[in-house]
Design a protein around this ligand. Structure first.
Ligand SMILES: CC(C)(COP(=O)(O)OP(=O)(O)OC[C@H]1O[C@@H](n2cnc3c(N)ncnc32)[C@H](O)[C@@H]1OP(=O)(O)O)[C@@H](O)C(=O)NCCC(=O)NCCS
Length: 156
């Protein structure tokens, strides 16, 4: 399988919506957002989500079939010296275990380093061992934990 990464704009909101609703349906325990928060969202809300200033929204597709495989967002540092953030990571179940998440993470790492952020951070549920392992393989380490949620960070 060859994978192509695409950077989305707000005009791609229908594509993002279909993947994001699939993610919130398939893995509700992995995300802070709930399906109920987004199922009835209108076009302007989806466009706003894809218009976070300075952010990057990426989708992985199978280069041969065009099928969507996974998604991720990088959001910029809130202030100078703060970390950029990786959010909304999801890989479709049929595409898992083939390095799609690792490709998406690598792309966000490259984007965050080019933006000048000193580190990249993310939140992961403590019980989400598969995601934690995937992030650890990509150089993230647990920095802090409060209850169910851990913060992981990677220097850039
Ligand atoms: C967590 C998640 C993103 C990982 O996606 P993924 O594409 O399966 O991740 P990768 O393929 O990069 O790595 C996962 C496994 O595949 C293996 N792998 C990685 N590259 C591989 C390759 N080229 N060929 C074969 N196997 C590979 C890894 O060793 C790893 O195995 P392990 O978990 O047993 O250690 C995915 O399971 C998911 O979307 N989960 C639900 C949503 C979620 O948890 N999101 C994260 C929120 S913080």
């Amino acid at each position: 399988m060859t994978v192509t990464l695409i950077t989305l704009s707000s005009d791609d909101w229908r594509f993002w919506r279909s993947m994001r609703l699939a993610a919130l349906t398939e893995a509700p325990e992995a995300f802070g957002s709930r399906l109920a928060d987004w199922i009835d969202a209108d076009e302007s809300r989806w466009r706003e989500r894809l218009s976070i200033p300075g952010a990057i929204d990426l989708v992985a597709r199978d280069s041969g079939t065009g099928s969507p495989l996974g998604m991720v967002t990088g959001t910029p540092a809130a202030r100078r010296g703060a970390g950029a953030e990786l959010i909304s990571m999801w890989v479709a179940p049929a595409a898992r275990g083939r390095g799609v998440a690792t490709l998406l993470i690598d792309a966000v790492v490259t984007w965050a380093a080019a933006s000048g952020a000193p580190r990249l951070e993310l939140s992961v549920m403590a019980e989400n061992e598969r995601a934690r392992r995937t992030y650890e393989r990509s150089g993230f380490a647990v920095a802090a934990g409060s209850g169910d949620e851990l913060t992981m960070t990677r220097a850039l």
